[in-house]
Design a protein around this ligand. Structure first.
Ligand code: SF4
Length: 292
């Protein structure tokens, strides 16, 4: 995200990451070398010629939680970036231009979004980067509509259907809302699923005191519970750990970089080199221009 902020910032702006060890373990599950190797295998299988409708064989789509190098890869190969808020709009954009999509790094966002758009599960093979053809046979890949990278969020993967059943048993009438990074069966069992913004708006829009069970990162749930005391809001997973990589940015580091700024020093500045930033910006701008 800090790389993306740098790519989209003005020349007079600097992006600072308070702790350089912070990040996203899901983003680390797809790297540029593995995706490039996957792409070469797909090109060998599909070729590069468009079909009669002018759609290329495959469009790469990367989730915002990915390195600048992967966004640059998408920019260079006719692809695009998505967020959890606009994933279906972006997939529609991609299906207009391509016969199928290579979606990385989060398999769950890709699967949940494509399934909601009517893509059958059997047309969504998983790509395991440690295996030849991602562990698939050629026919499966030829028949595919969305090829899902074998990545996941270790926080959202912890949610399960048993937690939803328990919440429904203990709180009749509870509204269960989960993030689309959760596994498919959890999304299917919930009342609704959507991005953090979707979750926040759903709670903000509730006019009567309501009980909400939320399937997303615990600190987001705690903030919502504090902000909307008229509702009962709790996390589906009672023992959930906060995201350890994201929360490496804590107030101590923030204070440290702010104190440096007061002294006139910019510490931990994030800069993306032009050779990566230029194609990554193309993929980001395609996303910003895509409209439902
Ligand atoms: S919760 Fe943590 S691991 Fe999961 S997507 Fe967010 S930053 Fe990445």
């Amino acid at each position: 995200m800090s790389e993306t902020a740098d790519i989209l910032s003005r020349p007079d702006q600097a992006v600072i990451l308070p702790n350089l060890a912070a990040g996203c373990s899901m983003a680390d599950m797809a790297d540029i070398d593995s995706v490039t190797e996957c792409w070469e295998q797909l090109e060998e299988l599909y070729g590069t010629e468009p079909d009669a409708a002018g759609r290329v064989p495959v469009i790469p789509v990367t989730y915002m939680n990915s390195s600048a190098a992967l966004k640059g890869f998408c920019g260079e190969h006719g692809g695009i970036v998505c967020t959890s808020s606009n994933a279906s709009t972006v997939l529609e954009w991609a299906f207009e231009r391509g016969q199928r999509v290579l979606f990385f790094p989060d398999q769950h966002l890709g699967r949940n979004t494509a399934k909601a758009m009517g893509v059958p599960l059997e047309q969504m093979p998983m790509w395991n980067p440690r295996k030849d053809l991602g562990g698939n046979n050629e026919q499966t890949l030829l028949d595919s509509r969305v090829i899902l990278w074998h990545g996941f969020c270790s926080v959202h993967k912890r949610f399960n259907v048993g937690q939803i059943e328990k919440a429904r048993a203990e709180f009749p009438g509870v509204q269960v809302i989960v993030h689309p990074e959760c596994p498919m069966e959890v999304v299917d069992a919930a009342d609704s699923a959507g991005s953090t913004d979707f979750i926040r708006k759903a709670i903000a829009g509730a006019t009567e005191p309501t009980t909400f069970a939320i399937g997303t990162e615990i600190n987001m749930v705690n903030r919502l519970a504090a902000e909307y005391p008229q509702h009962t809001i709790f996390c589906l997973d009672p023992v959930i750990c906060p995201c350890s990589t994201m929360y490496r940015i804590h107030p101590g580091y923030l204070a440290w970089v702010l104190e440096a700024l007061v002294r006139g020093e910019v510490v931990n500045r994030i800069t993306v080199t032009d050779d990566v930033a230029a194609p990554a910006k193309v993929a980001l701008e395609r996303m910003l221009a895509a409209r439902p």
